[in-house]
Design a binder for this molecule. Structure first.
Ligand SMILES: *[C@@H]1O[C@H](CO)[C@@H](O)[C@H](O)[C@H]1NC(C)=O
Ligand SMILES: *[C@@H]1O[C@H](CO)[C@@H](O)[C@H](O)[C@H]1NC(C)=O
Length: 245
């Protein structure tokens, strides 16, 4: 596996930035947790503006605990949205992780997902601030996950100062969370018909996304974009997929 190009991929930082302890720990973190090739400024610019606050913070996680917590986070998210009948799919670093072994990449600090616009309306109408309880082989002690919709989740465009994140899936025992972005048809996009965008600036043509392919990720059912390989190449380059010319 080619680690060189992969290590430069910016990881979304997903520990609540309103937490003084976590923040301090992050800034002074020993080598290993900061991605090589990333300056602190770059990392700061990736911090989410929509913070889940200090509500759920308990203590700093070790690397192993964070990896397990991230795996549990994505598993519980995928299982829950699948149960609710909402289409959500892997993107960015989780899609790349899927490519390499259907798992979260080991150095990833944060993950995000995309879902359809009807999906975000449905969640906003019926499931905002719902808590989901999980226990299982990977989660021996019950954990609760909170689904929180941004106040701007229904807005089609990001307004000044509002968050680009539409929803958060929050592990209430660690404070780790996953950002979720709705993907909406964009009738004014210069790319023309069929363009979809998220408020974080990601864009995708519908024929690349749909029909979603069914697969598994971290051992649970998941969906990925139809033309995943081209999307990964466009985002990370051929080298990240082990293909060099
Ligand atoms: C979801 O609930 C939170 C907390 O009550 C609230 O701030 C937010 O505006 C709600 N979002 C939507 C889309 O209703
Ligand atoms: C459509 O795309 C343009 C250009 O990328 C962007 O400025 C605008 O916010 C997008 N609108 C929606 C509804 O996503």
């Amino acid at each position: 596996m080619l680690l060189g190009p992969l290590l430069l991929i910016p990881a979304l930082f997903s520990i609540c930035d309103a937490l003084p302890l976590q923040k301090t720990a992050w800034k002074g973190a020993p080598s290993g947790s900061q991605q090589p090739g990333q300056s602190k400024e770059r990392i700061d610019s990736l911090r989410p503006k929509y913070s889940c606050g200090p509500r759920f913070y308990r203590r700093e996680l070790t690397d192993a605990e964070r990896t397990t917590a991230l795996k549990n986070l994505v598993q519980t998210y995928l299982v829950t949205l699948n149960d609710l009948g909402i289409e959500t799919w892997l993107v960015h670093n989780t899609l790349l992780g899927w490519w390499w072994g259907k798992q979260i990449l080991p150095w990833v600090l944060g993950i995000s997902a995309q879902l359809s616009e009807p999906g975000v309306f449905f969640l906003a109408a019926y499931y905002n601030m719902s808590t989901f309880h999980f226990r299982g082989p990977g989660i021996p002690r019950e954990r609760r996950y909170l689904l929180e919709l941004s106040p701007h989740a229904r807005d089609r465009e990001q307004t000044d100062g509002s968050s680009a994140v539409d929803a958060r899936w929050i592990d209430t025992s660690s404070g780790l969370f996953m950002d979720v972005y709705a993907v909406r048809y964009n009738l004014t996009h210069p790319g023309g018909e069929g363009m979809l965008s998220c408020k974080d600036g990601s864009k995708i043509k519908d024929t690349y996304l749909f029909p979603l392919r069914k697969t598994t990720f971290e051992g649970v059912p998941a969906r990925i974009p139809y033309r995943y390989e081209e999307l990964l190449m466009a985002e990370y380059g051929k080298g990240a997929l082990g293909k060099l010319e």
